[in-house]
Design a protein around this ligand. Structure first.
Ligand code: NAG
Ligand code: NAG
Ligand code: NAG
Length: 344
């Protein structure tokens, strides 16, 4: 959720959110019962799920011989995706904040995290000024950061920097990307069990044949990335450890986006809206939910999602967002096909 008038918004929003602490918390994981959760969580000493079979979407390259890079990439990614999930007796979720500077809602996150020490870790990437922290939980959690320019590959680089730092802690099993204006909607336990109870990642992904989808595809991405592989999705992800590793090892597809997906070349390719959805669609389509646990309202059809100012944030708004049980994607062509997915 975006808060434009941040300084002004801080106080009133706070009070409202504290009043409804009961309902507070997850980053939007809506209200669905965690799938697979009881099956694994209750029957195992660990909250992790077992390893899974890996089924690449396309074994063949339609008669074309694979390049050296594709062979290397496929071999490495196959083994990463076959990794078992249970690698820690003390699993944690990594909360990775991507922010321009100070985080206005640290105190709220502190409430969310209270009493759950040892089950989470925090990382802050501030692309502008060094943040001033209002919560002790965030002190010392800034990682080495660099400038981030909207829409460019520098956004992906910042995400990779957060992932690399978070992967250093072997206990981190789920990696959640958050902005400075995200608020939790459910309790910590709910969020933790929801994420740890599944072996899929929550990455938004859909096919948009319109100008803001495939219209941003470049033929230079051939031969590895064909237009039919190209996907779109909102940026905020929550991913498993093996998917985090996979992103860091990918050089092949990353390079294509770095070279050809840029915001100011007439097609307005926004790297963070296409790189990960396309990568996952190509290497592990069954491994993602195709929607994100982070609620973002794109219904205004603008370049930025709907912003919530202090005056907009009410108990009813939070209740409404928690009640969302459908994810929808609208294509940017004349048909503007709206595809609803019921969230299980
Ligand atoms: C996500 O979409 C892909 C196809 O685009 C599909 O193969 C996959 O099963 C979907 N994921 C889930 C969890 O339904
Ligand atoms: C937020 O409140 C302002 C002022 O009341 C209003 O103009 C705007 O439409 C509201 N925005 C949303 C997302 O509800
Ligand atoms: C809508 O989404 C479902 C599930 O992801 C998919 O199978 C179907 O092809 C989509 N339909 C359109 C028109 O995009």
């Amino acid at each position: 959720m975006h808060v434009r008038q941040r300084a002004a918004a801080k106080k009133p929003m706070w009070i409202i959110l504290l009043l409804c602490l009961v309902c507070v918390v997850l980053i939007g994981a809506y209200v669905y019962p965690p799938h697979h959760y009881s099956q694994y969580y209750l029957s195992s000493s660990s909250v992790c799920t077992p390893s899974k079979d890996w089924h690449p979407r396309r074994e063949k390259t339609d008669g074309r011989e694979k390049t050296d890079e594709e062979i290397i990439s496929a071999a490495v990614i196959r083994d990463i995706l076959a990794m078992p999930m249970c690698m820690s007796k003390n699993p944690k979720i990594a909360l990775m904040f991507l922010t321009p500077d100070s985080l206005p809602l640290e105190k709220l996150w502190e409430k969310f995290l209270q009493g759950h020490e040892g089950r989470y870790s925090i990382y802050v990437h501030a692309s502008g000024q060094k943040p001033v922290h209002s919560s002790s939980l965030f002190v010392g959690r800034d990682i080495h950061s660099d400038a981030v320019e909207w829409g460019t590959i520098s956004m992906i680089d910042a995400e990779k920097r957060l992932l690399a730092n978070a992967l250093e802690d072997a206990d981190n099993q789920f990696f959640v990307l958050l902005s400075d204006s995200c608020v939790p909607l459910h309790s910590f336990d709910y969020v933790f069990n929801y994420l740890m109870g599944t072996s899929i990642s929550f990455v938004d992904c859909f096919q948009d044949p319109g100008p803001h989808g495939n219209g941003r595809y470049f033929l230079e991405m051939l031969p590895e990335i064909e237009e039919r592989d190209f996907r779109k999705g909102a940026q905020w992800f929550a991913i498993t450890r093996r998917h985090a590793l996979m992103i860091l090892t990918d050089n092949l597809y990353y390079k294509k986006f770095k070279l050809y997906c840029k915001p100011a070349d007439g097609r307005n390719c926004i790297a963070d809206e296409h790189y990960l959805p396309t990568l996952f669609n190509m290497v592990d389509p069954g491994g993602i939910a195709n929607w994100s646990v982070t609620h973002v309202d794109w219904s205004e059809g603008k370049w930025h999602p709907r912003s919530y100012a202090a005056a907009n944030v009410s108990y009813d708004l939070l209740k409404d967002i928690k009640a969302v049980d459908e994810n929808f994607h609208v294509t940017s062509d004349d048909k503007a096909i709206c595809n609803f997915t019921h969230l299980k």
